[in-house]
Design a protein around this ligand. Sequence first.
Ligand code: AMP
Ligand code: MG
Length: 403
Amino acid sequence: MGKRNPIMLEDAQAHLDKMEFCLKTERIRAEEALGRVCAQDIRAQMDQPPFPRSPLDGYAVRSRDISEASGESPVKLKVIEHIYAGMFPSRCIQAGEAARIMTGAPIPEGADCIIMQEKTDEGEERVEIYDSVPAFGNYCFKGEDTETGAFLFGQGMELKAAHIGILFSQGIREIEVYRRPVIGIMATGDELTEADKKLLPGKIYDSNGPLLTARIKELGMEPRLFSQGQDNEYVLAERVGAALKECDVLITSGGVSVGARDCMPETAQILGAHILFHGINIRPGSPMMVMTAGGKPVFCLSGNPFAAAATFEVLVRPVLERMRGRSDWKPEIYKGILETPFPKPSPLRRLVRAKIEDGRIWLPEGKHSSGMLVSMAQCNCLVDIPAGSQKLEAGAMVSVIRM
Ligand code: AMP
Ligand code: MG
């Protein structure tokens, strides 16, 4: 136990893909559904719009009545009623008749087109028409946005503002969504100090816990930050065990490497956890370990801040997305041209923080080491450098994973 047997990133991902979760659902109000993942297929309950309607302010007419109309020889029609949005026509349009109509108002029966008011004299009781319109010109059909029964969006969809609008347009007031998994985070290490405590010699503030908590929130998930764990396998086993009672998945940082006080592997043993893998052939974050304890996944990330952040993106996030119901979630991967050279060869697959904009990729100046955090402030992606690459020149085409 504790002896590392590094595997390839793809194999690690394959292990994680095999994890199965029993996803629970709940019914919530449509206005609460933003950022949640849909657990049902949504079909239209009604035609939208529910009636044929005018797309502009003008007159509802019969196209054949105005087929000869022009500026020189206007057609005169009798205006039989005024229909504003929210009203419903009371009469059918007969030959020689028109109805004044405003945008969004129902088109009366008998009329098959709308002439815009700018092409008329805007008369109140009689109107002169100066142009023709083909049948069904300026005519919004009943159900043209969606017809009753039509598929609107499906299970696994992360709900954005547009989906909320669609639900409301259909009068749908409740929706079945997946329950949000509670994602526990625990930073471990004897050097760690909580934010509002005084920093004593040899100590540092914990940034991994807050960073991962914020990232999980940013991704629309529910984090729970537990108090820091120590570099002692018995204390850690107790803390991890207790945390697992309150969350669906736990992410730890620190204590997975080969140092004398890296006691996560012993902790796993005490907990009777099943280790999926320990050690992975990527840089940074290679010491990471994944186990299941009490049936729940525990991701033990390296404590180095960039290592923890990068391995979270490529290995933890995909599992979390599945756990919240996004079964076909895929990372956003782009190709781009490197604007900044990367001076080192990469015997192992390497993830380098960078900024991508319009297909051009910049690396932060100077400081890249996995213990360094500050240059992440400018970054929005990870450059994915294949194992065995030589140094990369500016102009090289590379692949990036969006963060
Ligand atoms: P470890 O993975 O425990 O060997 O830690 C690797 C490096 O990351 C050490 O320099 C730690 O002090 C640092 N480190 C570990 N945990 C954290 C944390 N939560 N926040 C900031 N730095 C950390
Ligand atoms: Mg440590």
